[in-house]
Design a protein around this ligand. Structure first.
Ligand code: AMP
Ligand code: MG
Length: 328
């Protein structure tokens, strides 16, 4: 299959809609990462997304809508869900509610809940509005790889597997949405993201869900290997920073090609530096982009961890998974 990378003009949005109606997956930009869309009403369309990504069938997709007003077509509102939707949508957040039968069970991997998101991105909004139906979309990467934050990163993973990538330039947030269960009285953060527990405190005290070993997860995606670059990666916490130069030197002596992903000032040795910008927001925006750039010329990456608070917690969550739990 030929994969076209096209600008998001009205005629290409319409082309994308036609592909979705033929059950062919289309990649589109959002403010978090690029998504790989299917018509959420079509089991066959949804299957094609799982197939293109190599995604395990029990890992549910998030349903994307142009407007929060469409949520009632897909799910049962709760008072907490309404409050948070009013305050946070459109935005980098997914709300989990009890699903209605309109949503194909293939989307939710058989769960009785569905994750719903209204992206805050002009191209995503225009595309979803052009479609008019709910679009189920996971991140547009090969399963287990770093999420794509540019159209080129989507092409790298899915060339020949999908017909169309709508190019909206680099993503603003850079890591996936916060996934928040709002079926009860208290929000439960299933996956951390740009919308933090501190942000939710204005509405209700949030609980952060942690997957315990041996337990079956409330958010199935949590159990899978995720965000991993093609080479080995090691996390470096701020308090372990002084060990970095020696660790780099040693790995280089062993003949490894070593790179460092960090903010300026964190590392000043001879290994190539891939920038993570200045702020925690920069780190999120550049993390997957820099992992994909660095893996091409490295055998080993050292990755600077942010402070474990606020939005830093979400960035750290992705880095830990990208490093497979390895720390200096
Ligand atoms: P991705 O689209 O790759 O960012 O993955 C979406 C993630 O959202 C999944 O891996 C799940 O962890 C989570 N998710 C989606 N739908 C639900 C749901 N109904 N209940 C709990 N978690 C969900
Ligand atoms: Mg993903």
């Amino acid at each position: 299959m030929q994969t076209r990378l096209l600008p998001p003009g009205p005629e290409n949005l319409e082309l994308g809609r036609q592909f979705l109606l033929q059950d062919l997956p289309v990649a589109f930009p959002t403010e978090t990462v690029y998504g790989l869309g299917a018509d959420a009403r079509s089991e066959q369309g949804v299957r094609a997304v799982f197939e293109a990504k190599g995604r395990p069938a029990d890992n549910p997709l998030i349903v994307h809508l142009a407007d929060p007003g469409q949520i009632g077509e897909c799910a049962e509102w709760t008072p907490l869900g309404r409050t948070l939707a009013r305050a946070l949508m459109p935005g980098p957040v997914t709300l989990v509610l009890r699903k209605k039968p309109t949503v194909s069970p293939a989307v939710t991997a058989g769960l009785d809940t569905v994750g719903l998101r209204v992206p805050d991105h002009p191209v995503a909004h225009a595309f979803l509005q052009c479609c008019g139906f709910p679009v189920a979309a996971p991140s547009a990467n090969t399963s287990s790889r770093p999420s794509p934050t540019t159209a080129e990163a989507v092409l790298e993973d899915l060339k020949g597997r999908i017909p169309l990538i709508l190019d909206g330039g680099p993503c603003r947030v850079g890591i996936e949405s916060s996934v928040i269960d709002v079926t009860g009285d208290r929000p439960v953060i299933l996956r951390p993201g740009r919308v933090t527990a501190e942000d939710l405190a204005a509405f209700a005290e949030a609980e952060t869900y942690e997957l315990r070993p041996g337990e079956s997860p409330r958010s199935p995606g949590l159990k899978y290997r995720h965000y991993a670059p093609a080479c080995e990666a090691v996390l470096v916490r701020p308090e372990r920073r002084e060990l970095l130069e020696e660790a780099v030197r040693q790995a280089m002596q062993e003949g490894k090609r070593v790179s460092v992903l960090a903010r300026p000032g964190f590392y000043a040795g001879e290994a190539p530096l891939f920038s993570l910008g200045q702020t925690v927001d920069d780190m999120a925006r550049l993390l997957f982009f820099s992992l994909r750039a660095a893996e091409k010329e490295s055998d080993l990456l050292f990755v600077e961890a942010p402070e474990d608070s606020g939005f830093g917690r979400a960035v750290l969550n992705r880095m830990r998974k990208a490093c497979g739990g390895r720390e200096l």
